[in-house]
Design a protein around this ligand. Sequence first.
Ligand code: BGC
Length: 720
Amino acid sequence: MTHTLKAAAILALAAITALASSAFARAPDPSARAAALVAKMTLEEKLSLVHGRFPLLMNPRPKDVQVSAGIVPGVPRLGIPELRESDASLGVANARRGKDDDATALPSGLALAASFDPAVAYAGGAMVGRQTRQKGFNALLAGGANLVREPRNGRNFEYLGEDVLLSGRIAGASIRGIQSNHIVSTTKHFVLNAQESARQSLNAVIDPAALRESDLLAFEIAIEEGHPGSVMCAYNRINGPYACENVPLFAALKTDWRFKGWIMSDWGAVHSVGAANAGLDQESGQELDKQVFFDKPLRAALASGEVSAARLDDMVARIVWGMAQAGVLDHPLSPGGLDTAADGSVAQAAAEAGIVLLKNQGDLLPLAKSARRIAVIGGHADVGVLSGGGSSQVVPKGSVSFPAPKRAPSWGSGQTYHPSPPLAAIRARGAEVSFDPGTDPVAAAAVARSADVAIVFATQWTTEGADVSLTLPDGQEAMIAAVLAANPRTIVVLETGGPVLMPWLKEAPAVVEAWYSGSRGGEAIARVLFGEVDAQGRLPVSFPAAEADLPRPTLDGADLPPEGLTGNKPADITVRYGEGADVGYRWHERSGKAPLFAFGHGLSYTRFRYGALSVAGGSRLTVGFTVTNTGKRSGIDTPQVYAAGKGRTLRLVGFQRVALKPGESRRMSVTADPRLLARFDEGAHAWRLDPGRYRVAVARSAGSAELSGAATLSARRIAP
Ligand code: BGC
């Protein structure tokens, strides 16, 4: 090497080293950074980080503190900013900030999950995270990953369905998208907050191994894939202790899964200072607890030695770690730049991906150009699309709210319709469109009779703080039946929080589940109805045929009064999750009760064929197959792979959304995460994959099989 070359190489090396060390100086390992910062903190500073305020009840509330979910003071001298927390997964919740506050609403969690596409969830999370920063917050109380065990749960619209793998992957992708904006995301509500009735006191009883194999595994996957800074513990009790002081649950999270971030409580979910020793790191919304346990009582517990100084340091280090790893410490907030018009396209794409075509007899959909006269009926389709209520409520500018029904929490903001009316979107496509509000079945039937095609919009409002029945409210069943009798060419579009019963189904040729479809929902619905995009969603929950078929035919605590601002009156009730890990479609297999529509079901406007199955066993199950679009138009399919060992119900081990042109084929391959096939052995505290034969189905939905096979897997022990 010549001298000049050598000198150049040395210079280059030095530059690379300098670059690396300056990068290191900017973003050192979050653990080392958290430890160094904690070492510099006074006791007062540490204590200030472990309990947060609920701005709505702050008196006085400083001018620069927005009404939002929470605020925790920072340590400015050490460069630790305040934590400014907002709800929630579906957008920046703004129901209490006045009509001029704008935000973009994603479709509901179930709609996002119905895309079966983590990329859709990531894009949604990235958009909401961006708006979170733009609106002056650096922490989002998002990442709802509770399994839908109870289809009547008022909060199902915030969750991602009944399946472990789907919920975990969609939650993980959404959290990654949120945190790509250098803000913290939580995942919540850890765990088994599966119903709203008596949520603040009920004891959820479940076999601990089954819990590992179901709800906990969904959170485990969400955390592995999303790396949230924080996990929010739930209100309810699990097998005795409250979720926010539940030693076995916290041990799973912190010891088994090596979660390095912090556990924050739900708002009003702390019951003792002892929660700190159990593993709770931060008390949130302190005004909602009986006392501010992590202020004076914690101080006293530290003085008496009941809580150690090391434990307090760990609590604080975890909070700082969560902020550091998300980038909160290095990317100070500079609010501004909100562009809801542009961001609406992200919400619309997500809504289109999640709308599920449940039934399409005689190819009534997509709407033919020959349909000149269309009757649109019901569902306030002239006003907008329905959204779910509670802390996650997003109110885009121009939304309209109607009073809540009687069984709703006192603190809600009514039934809110997002300003994207399906009626206008349908009209814009050129047909002659008449509208009837659907409040009188006779009038609705008359309007339907005079049209080529009728589209009935049926709504079910659900909210945090109350549960529902599966029957469409306000006489809508009778109205739908009357319209179907008047015009057999009727399409029923559902805007529901989750599954509903359909006693009129036989008469209905076409049914669409549009969920709560968000800021641009009306446009998305019209695009699917007119076939401008394929019908592409797949159900993330089973739709049962009757409430009697559920593991708990009657919902425990359904007769209790709905919640007030400071929670519901403690009710000493127990909810037994006897189905264990056999949630949703697995329950249908176990009980032999066929659902009305199965998990994973959803039609396309084209046809797909599956073939050339290959199954390999050994230490891991790998399944290959080919999917071909055999129809005449481009379309999107989501083939699903289910598998199970002997004596166990099938479960989803892989899925892949794929867009194919007519005649196009794609080879797909799925390798199953062995935890999805294993048993959790409580005694050995490990997963055990039993050796033997595992059945495999490549299917369009749970409980059906287009291709069947089997493989032999070898025994395996997997660390918890
Ligand atoms: C909800 C949480 C929410 C919190 C703050 C609670 O009532 O359960 O999901 O993040 O309030 O608004």
